[in-house]
Design a protein around this ligand. Structure first.
Ligand SMILES: [Zn+2]
Length: 175
C-alpha cells in the first residue's frame, strides 16, 4: 500500500490555475514555504508579461522551484528569443532577491538568518519566526555584485518598490 501523496498546497494550485496556459507539462510541487506565495505570484506575472513579447504562444517548462540557503532557486526551460530571455532572467533575479527579504513562513519583511553552530542552516525569516535562526546573515537589503567592462557594480534590491537599483562600487561609473 502506498501512502497518498502530499497534496499541492492551495496557493500553488491557484497560481498554476492562473498561469497554466504558458506552463508546459504537469505542475511541479514548489518546495518553498507558504510565505513565498507572493514571491511566486510576482514571478509568474512577470514571466507572463515577458512571454507576451514572443511572436507565437510559447510554453515554459518549470524544472525545479525550491529553497536553498534561504533563497528561492528557479530552474526553468524557456525556448524564447533573447529579449524575452533577458526579461525572464530579470524576473528570476527579482524573485531571488525578494525571497531573501521575505519570511518564508508568513510573507512579512524578513532577512536571511542562520542557526548557531557548525551546521549553519539558513532561512529567510521575520522577527516573529526567527526561533532557531538567531543570527542575521544578510545585513541591509539583498544585493549582488557584478562586474562588466564599465567596472564593478552592486545590484541592490528595494523591497517596497520591488525593483533593483544599480550602484557603482569603487571606481565604477554608473552615470
Ligand atoms: Zn514570519
Amino acid at each position: 500500500m502506498s501512502r497518498p501523496k502530499m497534496p499541492v498546497r492551495d496557493w500553488q494550485a491557484e497560481v498554476y490555475a492562473q498561469h497554466q496556459y504558458w506552463i508546459a507539462g504537469k505542475p511541479i510541487h514548489m518546495a518553498v514555504g507558504d510565505g513565498w506565495a507572493e514571491v511566486i505570484a510576482r514571478l509568474f506575472d512577470r514571466i507572463e508579461k515577458a512571454l507576451a513579447g514572443e511572436p507565437v504562444p510559447t510554453k515554459i517548462a518549470l524544472i525545479d522551484v525550491k529553497e536553498k540557503y534561504g533563497t528561492i532557486r528557479v530552474d526553468l526551460l524557456a525556448p524564447v528569443g533573447p529579449e524575452t530571455e533577458a526579461a525572464i532572467d530579470l524576473a528570476v533575479l527579482l524573485a531571488e532577491m525578494r525571497s531573501e527579504c521575505t519570511c518564508d513562513i508568513c510573507g512579512a519583511p524578513g532577512t536571511v538568518r542562520s542557526t548557531l553552530g557548525q551546521s549553519g542552516w539558513l532561512a529567510a525569516r521575520c522577527e516573529d519566526h526567527s526561533d532557531g535562526f538567531p543570527r542575521r546573515v544578510v545585513k541591509g537589503p539583498p544585493r549582488r555584485r557584478i562586474q562588466d567592462r564599465r567596472g564593478t557594480f552592486d545590484l541592490v534590491y528595494d523591497r517596497r518598490t520591488d525593483t533593483i537599483m544599480e550602484t557603482a562600487v569603487d571606481g565604477g561609473d554608473s552615470r
